[in-house]
Design a protein around this ligand. Structure first.
Ligand SMILES: [Zn+2]
Length: 621
């Protein structure tokens, strides 16, 4: 039963792809067709079938009966000869998880456009990518990691997939994009950037090469023959989705490395310290690239049967997303894209993020993973109080695990060894990781009893005490109250801090909606003064003690209140004006600062160097 999928960005103005599925030699009287409910890597039911329009089937004898069985499944009755299904797919989701088509470009994930033919999943199939109407995109090109069968480089034409899983693992961009080729260990890599942008291609090429080389050195091999970073630059955006031979990224155009100013002499070396935005973009590239090992090839057993019809639960996302989140920034410092100070700043921000989430005391990391579908991916106004991200806390657990292994084995082993063992046992072999497989392998590789560590880190809501793990690395840590909405935590000004500040004023304990100019409450935090007084999410605070409040001055109005004094807060709930008597509370010490300890013995400096050092052979930097 040969399958050929044909995709045309046929009606860009209406955001409609035309898709044809040709079943050349049917081997049954009836086949079952379905659209995925979710896309691998993003644990939320999206019901891609809802965008499928006017589906019909025919063969040489005319229309064929096609019966819809449920929200995403059809039964097609065949007559023995070649059959063709035709449908259109509405594509207006500019994210890395769906499909998007307009007169400027086309982008799709296979999960959003390709019907699955039950029983045919393991068999190779052909994909024909056809150009848009001439008046739209005579100069459009194609960027995809699909294997070309009969298509010129960057061209429309015929491509091949090994089976359905492979078919939906290669996102496709059609349009005009800039292309940055580079090579990692002899393997061809490309970054294609679409959307209006300017970037310093030389710097991007240099930094991406460093990051990819560093990760390949960690795992000891690069298990592919091509890799593509597909980037969509927009005004304001951030996100990525991992694939086996590519990744889709969306970023703010200002986060790309900016070209040197025209007045600058091009022979002067590039200023080395990346901007915060560019560092964030490199972290995103690093994160998705690490996934080519950790989740795309080292895979959780629970996700291996390819069931995309509904939710699949696993407690392992702490390892696949958390460990990946730990290594994304670690790779930046190991590869020399950022310096030690920059790395400590990122670590401190990660610690701060977790400390500012009361939900960490409610949900365990394993629960966060298991319930990703209905909690993390459906975060609401109470999310901060109810859940903890397996990315954010998972990264801290990975850090604690790495440092614990390094200290207890006197530097003989590290999390790097656990990752290599995972690669050896599960990546190379294709054997799925069982639900407790990461813990078991960590114990096996290190010879340590890590059960108490894992039961605290994964199955309890107890905070992990990082300070004692950082001191042997020559790093001090302290907590202090926030200095304002822009304070994310970070590096303590390069020198050991003096006594903790006591000057910070009291707080309401709310998060405000960032876009509104009014003080609209997004979340009322557990244990806060606002909660005790009865303020709620959605309330618009208009005055504090009869002085007008806005998003920008609310914190300041409250901080000036004498601790223990009551203030009158006016707020609209829907269209009703309410008055609240609020007693602001002292600010929590939820902001982390890290700093390098002075006068540490040489072995401490050596331990830190071993942790943050490059594993890659000298790449000439
Ligand atoms: Zn990820």
């Amino acid at each position: 039963m040969d399958l050929t999928y044909r995709v045309t960005p046929a009606e860009p103005q209406a955001h409609l792809f035309r898709v044809e599925l040709v079943i050349a030699r049917p081997s049954a009287d009836e086949v079952t067709l379905s659209m995925p409910a979710w896309i691998p890597g993003s644990y939320m039911v999206r019901d891609f079938a809802r965008n499928v329009l006017d589906i019909a089937a025919e063969d040489a004898g005319g229309p064929l009966p096609l019966e819809k069985r449920d929200k995403q499944t059809w039964a097609l009755t065949l007559r023995g000869g070649k059959a063709t299904l035709r449908y259109r797919v509405y594509a207006w989701d500019l994210s890395v998880r769906g499909a998007h088509l307009d007169t400027r470009h086309a982008y799709f994930n296979g999960a959003a456009v390709f019907l699955r033919v039950a029983g045919q999943e393991p068999h190779p199939c052909t994909v024909e990518l056809l150009p848009p109407p001439l008046d739209t995109g005579a100069d459009w090109q194609v960027a995809t990691s699909l294997r070309p069968l009969d298509a010129a480089p960057l061209g429309f034409g015929r491509y091949q997939a090994d089976g359905y899983e492979d078919l939906i693992d290669h996102p496709v961009e059609m349009g005009r994009f800039s292309l940055i080729p580079f090579s990692v260990l002899g393997v061809s890599h490309r970054m294609a950037i679409s959307g209006r942008h300017r970037c310093d291609e030389a710097r991007l090429r240099r930094d991406l090469t460093r990051i990819c080389t560093e990760q390949a050195a960690l795992f000891g091999e690069l298990p592919l023959d091509r890799y593509l970073f597909l980037v969509t630059a927009v005004g304001d955006g951030y996100g990525g989705l991992e694939h086996s031979y590519s990744t889709s990224l969306i970023c703010s155009r200002d986060d790309l490395s900016q070209p040197p100013a025209p007045s600058q002499n091009p022979s002067v070396p590039i200023a080395d310290k990346p901007s915060e935005g560019y560092r964030r973009f490199l972290g995103l590239c690093s994160h998705e690239y690490f996934h080519l090992w950790n989740v795309k090839r080292i895979r959780p057993q629970a996700l291996m049967d390819g069931d995309l019809s509904g939710e699949v639960h696993t407690r392992l996302l702490w390892a696949f997303e958390g460990i990946t989140s730990y290594y994304d920034d670690l790779t930046l410092v190991r590869s020399g894209c950022i310096d030690e100070a920059g790395y400590l700043e990122l670590l401190a921000q990660g610690i701060t993020r977790v400390l500012r989430t009361p939900g960490r005391l409610v949900q365990t990391l394993a629960e966060s993973s298991f319930d990703a579908w209905t909690k993390l991916y459906k975060a609401d106004e109470n999310a901060a109080n109810a859940i903890i991200s397996y990315y954010a806390k998972g990264a801290l657990v990975a850090l604690a695990l790495d440092l614990t292994i390094r200290h207890r084995t006197q530097g003989a082993k590290s999390l790097d060894d656990v990752m290599r063992a995972l690669w050896e046992h599960h990546g190379r072999t294709g054997i799925g990781v069982p639900e407790h497989g990461v813990e078991a392998l960590a114990v096996e590789v290190t010879g340590l009893n890590l059960d108490p560590f894992f039961s605290q880190a994964l199955d309890s809501t107890e905070d992990i005490d990082l300070a004692p793990l950082l001191v042997p690395m020559g790093i001090g840590m302290r907590l202090r109250p926030s200095r304002g909405p822009k304070d994310l935590g970070g590096l303590a000004n390069g020198k050991p801090p003096e006594s903790p500040e006591t000057s910070a004023g009291p707080v309401l304990g709310v998060r405000l909606q960032p876009q509104a100019s009014e003080a609209v409450i997004a979340t009322v935090l557990t244990g806060s003064a606002a909660l005790a007084a009865g303020l709620a999410a959605g309330d618009v605070v208009i005055a504090v003690d009869d002085i007008r409040a806005t998003r920008d001055n609310l914190d300041g109005l409250i901080a000036r209140v004498q601790p223990g004094t009551e203030v009158r807060v006016h707020a609209f709930r829907r269209d009703e004006l309410l008055t609240f008597a609020v007693c602001p509370l002292p600010p929590p010490a939820d902001t982390c600062e890290l700093y390098l300890l002075e006068h540490v013995p040489p072995e401490t400096a050596a331990r830190r160097a071993a942790w943050l050092a490059s594993a890659a052979p000298d790449t000439g930097r």
